[in-house]
Design a protein around this ligand. Structure first.
Ligand code: SPQ
Length: 429
């Protein structure tokens, strides 16, 4: 653990940064490039700890992967040419790696074992292993396959028609990746749309996939073809600086290359509803994922209610939205976000506990939180719970505290934003 004292004296934030690559898309670019036979190149890749875990897993399957900063070259024999791994596939802190790998490994013709860190060992896997087992997958693990470590005996899979019980892109993607290798057409039905990077990228790699009114259909047996993927900036990383720009006095920040996929843009809607002074200029190109330049200035904010089908579009941004709400006039209510309990940590508990230590008026509820603002924040000793998003939220909070914030573990921030403190230093005036 690397503790860090954050002591900023009435700062303002000025200038521009280019947001690092999207974590969800970087994972998928490596996975799809490894499934495809031949060469795939990736630019704008996020060299964060989670995405490096994904690369490590595929190297153990015999896929050649070269990383040079944000450029990645994958040379794969294709999924049918992968080797049976002689070592455990270690997914670190990454839920995306763990869950999507399960879908990919289920249809191979070999045995593999997958495990991650202490946080991964607590995260529910039955949401993925149950539908995969309905497709014929052979997966064994702690508590009847609910928790890692998980052992997968690859086998022939059959298609499934699956109605999603929770809005989860990881569950959807695991089923689709298994469906790619299954007999027949796999159908996934979503009540609330979750991030659609898998669907978009399957098309980019040459697969035929149909998406209509929340129903996704994918014919099994299709082969993917190596291609080039240009990863846009991660809106979930941009969110920390969007909020910083809005709450730190005398600030104006320009964020370049922000991915604005409509299944991820809930944070923009919330900032607009709360009255943020923000300008969005969409980039004009024909990329698979839309991007924009966003300018944000110190804003007069008002409370809002966040609930229903916007939740999957901003689920990872709720910790930083909670901080935003502490600086808004009135009450902010966040509901329907019970999924936060099964992230890297219980993010409802972590956000409420740590913001309270800084002086916020916040109450945790069963499915969200209630925040009354505005409140002046003060310094304190805080914990990140080893969760990158809690760590970054607390670092942004320290910009507006009247005394230092000491966090127990800042290292976890490298999971999704290794250059976070460099970017903050660039903007500090
Ligand atoms: O990969 P991991 O650890 O699950 O990361 C998180 C995050 O905050 O970075 C969640 F804790 O993002 C998930 C996200 O919450 C990434 C993701 C994806 O790439 O498909 C989907 C979301 O999870 P879920 O459970 O809703 O599918």
């Amino acid at each position: 653990m690397t503790s860090k004292v954050l002591n900023y004296n009435n700062p303002s934030l000025q200038g521009s940064i280019t947001v690092p690559g999207d974590k969800s898309i970087s994972h998928r670019a490596v996975m799809f490039g490894a499934i495809a036979k031949g060469k795939t190149t990736v630019t704008g890749f996020l060299p964060g700890d989670d995405c490096l875990s994904t690369i490590d897993c595929f190297r153990k399957l015999g896929v050649k992967i070269e990383v040079d900063g944000t450029k990645v070259e994958i040379d794969s024999p294709g999924i049918d040419g992968w080797e049976e791994p002689k070592e455990v596939l270690y997914t670190g802190n990454s839920g995306t790696t763990t869950r999507l790998m399960l879908g990919i490994l289920a249809g191979t013709d070999f045995h593999s074992v997958i495990t991650g860190d202490d946080s991964i060992a607590k995260r529910p896997m039955a949401r993925v292993t149950n539908p995969l087992k309905q497709m014929g997958a052979q997966i064994a693990g702690r508590k009847n396959g609910e928790f890692t470590p998980l052992a997968i005996q690859g086998t022939k899979l059959k298609n499934i028609d699956y109605a999603m019980p929770v809005a989860s892109a990881q569950v959807k993607s695991a089923i689709l990746l298994a469906g790619l290798q299954a007999e027949g057409t796999t159908i996934v039905r979503e009540k609330e749309v979750s991030r659609d990077h898998t669907e978009r990228m399957l098309k980019q790699f040459g697969a035929n996939i149909e998406v209509e009114d929340g129903v996704i259909s994918l014919k099994g047996g299709q082969k993917l073809h190596g291609t080039h993927v240009d990863v846009p900036g991660d809106i979930s990383s941009a969110a920390f600086f969007l909020v910083a720009g809005a709450i730190v006095p005398n600030s104006e920040i320009l964020l370049k290359n922000v991915g604005i996929n409509p299944t991820r843009d809930g944070i923009i809607e919330v900032l607009q509803n709360m009255g943020a002074d923000m300008v969005i200029e969409e980039d004009i190109d024909d990329a698979a994922e839309p991007t924009a330049t966003i300018t944000i200035r110190t804003s007069n904010l008002k409370g809002t209610t966040i609930e229903g089908d916007i939740i999957p579009r901003l689920i990872d941004e709720i910790p930083i939205i909670a901080l935003l709400a502490t600086q808004a006039e009135g009450t902010t209510i966040i509901r329907d976000a019970q999924e936060l309990k099964v992230k890297e940590t219980d993010r409802i508990v972590a956000v409420a506990n740590e913001l309270k230590k800084l002086g916020a008026n916040i109450t945790a509820t069963d499915d969200g939180m209630i925040i009354h603002g505005p409140t002046k924040l003060h310094g304190a000793e805080v914990s990140t719970y080893g969760d990158h998003r809690i760590g970054m939220m607390l670092a942004i909070a320290s910009l507006i505290t009247d005394s230092p914030v000491e966090m127990d573990d800042a290292k976890c921030i490298a999971i999704s934003y290794p250059t976070f403190f460099e970017h903050l230093d660039l903007l500090l005036k």
